[in-house]
Design a binder for this molecule. Structure first.
Ligand code: ADP
Ligand code: MG
Length: 385
């Protein structure tokens, strides 16, 4: 974001600008629903950011104020009273959780005001929540002069989401928003929390994110169900980690697994393998095989993990019908499922025509207008000013 785009935010501050920061949303290219199953994920930061402009306040009381331009909502927070979340408080909890995390480290936070602007769509699976947390954490680093390591900062933000918002998310969203670098994907081993960057530098391909603009209400309950089905299957398989379960194990003996548990296991085991294979083929710039793996991932999420929905399937089928000859390498649902977005790997030179076709076919089939964004792997959280 350029300095000029910051101006409208700065004008909304009552005090001089102390710092401005940006933290991106993310999209996961492959490795879905295995972050909480000892798997690997392969996300990247997107070119959509939460941007915060902050100024220090001279107040008698230690407090801070936040204004979200997206929601057109503001709130104030007493800095001496941050430890208890308020379940009814909505987005305030993301912010308060990060502030409480800094305070727990013994870091003194000065009174300040913050204006928040975001281009990450809210609640579409592109992790506007992690972007918000990481942007707040980056603001606090600037205001206090205390810098955390990347993983420390990501884990602090994850804990805010667990403890203050009540969402038991994995580490992918916050790790990506903090640690991503331009033109690289981030391969995260969710078992060890080790990560490495995997280049995606070719200017011949682009990432197309398509927001189905539906969100089926099933999502939360089904997520908890999937987690417990996987835990129960792993117990029956008498293993501690999904890393130790092979396809052959599953084929040879099903250990009293229920049909549902067999399906969930098939997804987890195959998705772990697919993600590793995807990294290998990407290192050889083999976009065709990478795209095939994306389709396989989608099919497994649809049939075995059963977290897709009619609209996501329609978007993937449209991508598939455009096909290699039309410039699409592969496509899949991304994020938790039951709505949200698909991600596709496309020929950068034909991206505009692909977007037009996806939008019009999707509207014809479902009556819904999709949103499409083209993006390259973007830079993680950084200071603008
Ligand atoms: P996702 O992270 O996929 O976008 P979540 O449901 O996890 O979806 O997070 C969305 C929530 O994060 C919003 O409902 C809101 O509470 C909070 N949030 C994200 N961005 C902003 C913003 N710019 N201003 C205020 N709240 C935000
Ligand atoms: Mg989120």
């Amino acid at each position: 974001m350029s300095v000029i785009e910051l101006e409208p935010l700065v004008r909304k501050l009552s005090s001089p600008l102390a710092t401005a920061v940006a933290a991106p949303g993310r999209v996961n290219l492959i490795g879905e629903h295995i972050d909480y199953n000892d798997g690997f994920v392969l996300p990247m930061a997107i070119q959509q950011y939460v941007v915060i402009a902050a100024g220090k306040l001279k107040t008698a009381k230690r407090c801070c104020s936040f204004k979200s331009l997206q929601l057109d909502e503001s709130f104030e927070l007493d800095l001496d009273n941050t430890a208890t979340p308020d379940p009814t408080a909505g987005w305030r909890n993301y912010v308060q959780g990060v502030i409480a995390g800094f305070q727990e480290l013994g870091i003194e936070i000065p009174s300040f005001e913050a204006v928040i602007h975001s281009t990450v769509p809210l609640g579409s699976g592109l992790s506007s929540s992690a972007a918000l947390e990481v942007a707040i954490a980056t603001t606090l680093e600037q205001l206090t002069g205390h810098t955390l390591t990347g993983p420390q900062k990501a884990l602090l933000c994850q804990r805010a989401e667990h403890e203050f918002v009540g969402v038991p998310c994995g580490i992918m969203d916050q790790f990506t928003s903090v640690l991503a670098t331009a033109n690289q994907l981030l391969l995260i081993d969710c078992q060890t929390q080790k990560f490495q960057h995997v280049p995606l530098e070719s200017t011949n391909v682009a990432i197309l994110i398509t927001n189905s603009n539906v969100k089926h209400q099933l999502a939360d309950g089904e997520y908890a169900k999937r987690r417990s089905e996987c835990d129960s299957a792993l117990k029956k398989l008498a293993q501690k980690s999904w890393r130790d379960v092979s396809q052959q194990d599953l084929d040879a003996q099903q250990h009293g697994l229920s049909p549902t548990e067999i399906n969930r296991s098939k997804h987890v085991v195959s998705e772990i393998q697919r993600t590793l294979q995807a990294v290998q083929v990407l290192r050889q710039n083999d976009f065709e095989t990478f795209g095939e793996l994306m389709y396989q991932s989608h099919n497994s999420l649809r049939d075995h993990y059963q977290v897709s929905c009619h609209e996501l399937d329609a978007l993937v089928e449209i991508a598939q019908s455009i096909g290699r000859s039309g410039g699409v390498y592969g496509s899949r649902m991304t994020g938790g499922g039951f709505g949200g977005c698909t991600v596709s790997l496309v020929d950068a030179n034909r991206a505009d025509a692909i977007v037009r076709r996806v939008m019009s076919d999707y509207q014809n089939q479902t009556g819904i207008v999709a949103d499409c964004f083209l993006t390259k792997p973007a830079r993680g959280a950084h200071v603008l000013k």
